[in-house]
Design a binder for this molecule. Sequence first.
Ligand code: SAH
Ligand code: SF4
Ligand code: F3S
Length: 474
Amino acid sequence: MSEKYIEAKTVDADVAPYLDIADSVAKIHKKNGRADTKKPKYFVQTFGCQQNEADSERLAGLCTAMGYEKVTTPDEADLILVNTCAVREHAEKKALSIIGQYKHIKDRNPSLIIGVGGCMVTQEARANKLKMSYPYVSFTFDTGAIHTLPSLVHNALTGGARKFILSDEWKINEGLPLTRESNHMAWLSIMYGCNNFCSYCIVPYVRGRERSRRAEDIIEEAKQLIAGGAKDITLLGQNVNSYSGGDGCDIAELMHKICAIDGDFRLRFMTSHPKDASDRLIEAMATEEKVVKHFHLPIQSGSDRILKEMNRKYDTARYLEKIAKLKEAVPDVSITSDIIVGFPGETEEDFLGTLDILEKVRYDMIFSFIYSPRNGTPAARMENQVPHEVSTERFERMLALQNKISDERNRRFEGRTLRVLAEGVSKNDPSMLTCRGDCVRPIHVKADPSLIGSFVDVKVRKVETFCLEGEILG
Ligand code: SAH
Ligand code: SF4
Ligand code: F3S
């Protein structure tokens, strides 16, 4: 990867001209008689992490500003946007396969505009691939160019040439309109990018350098969210606990300030890097009632040798020290982690170190991944890649152990009454609602959908490995 990826720019993007173009697009639709009776439709398909989900809400906001109306299937759309992920090969394959399927929709509806954004197309090779092999894709835009969407749509709508944007401008897009997926659960981005360059990871190359939003902008947004009915707010960032909002405002101070806002809501944060998991942050979790007692603290590997190769900047002893502090300060805390198996050079002994960490920390849940080489990262160039069968076998062993631990951890909730938020209708059983509290597992209850978006007291009756069941009290 070239030096331009290392450059840091943390200034605000000038979004105003693009909002004007969004207006022009809306006027074009109006002129074409499509604004009032039969609005044009947009569909956004999102892959990847919460950052992408938050970005998609901004894409949706811009689509709304351009006069489009949301639809839930791509077949009805006049504008399809795909927000891609690049973190593992599988994520890229899935995105490419979906984009491939959209060709049929374009064949049926030649005026359909298809645009692709996100981490995959922030890599030059991928943007080129779409340019060359997917002629029905009108444009791609990198993760720093979200605010330029109106000009890309305007260009496509007015018959301009296809565009493939790689701006590499890592700015902050303050002031973009947002169309949120949910009223009661909200993403609140507080910082963007990553400076850590873990040797396996593509994110720093496709998300740029760390840049924190101003604390006052975040607090204002939090106030608006809460006034608008948000009950569950997640502060988002690739390394959310490295937040630095000026005047010494770190994540702990920011959380105290948000918790001081009047209202019945709870606050989460994700994802934290162990190197910046400070005592102040642990204390904020311990003392602020509104902060959910869940800490996602990815360790990635339980071998000090591998952690060094991964460039993770901590060892297992330091990590375990932080976990001990956390458990002491917040005795009932739920702890989760991300773990990679099969990193280049990982031996059976290294892997046993990871299993040992699972036993020692006793995570409530882990997100585990088989290492996937990413072009341009140092680990992809390492010679001692682990054969897939070996990684798969280790992965299965790890899951078996973690499932046992998760099961045991969940048992502590049996018979307890928990205050949880009714988040939505259960995907598996429409007569049930899915709720969530401090416990990381969903809790299913039989209840009326009118309760969605409210806090309810639930007595836990049944505990399984992946979910709990309970009944609403009162
Ligand atoms: N910023 C977060 C998470 C970033 S990506 C953090 O540092 O923890 C989410 C997870 O994907 C990572 O935690 C890691 O476990 C996994 N991941 C990243 N690159 C990967 C790769 N090349 N192969 C497999 N898993 C990977
Ligand atoms: Fe990737 Fe490491 Fe940055 Fe997380 S901290 S996004 S794993 S480089
Ligand atoms: Fe994927 Fe980009 Fe998130 S690579 S995990 S969508 S930051």
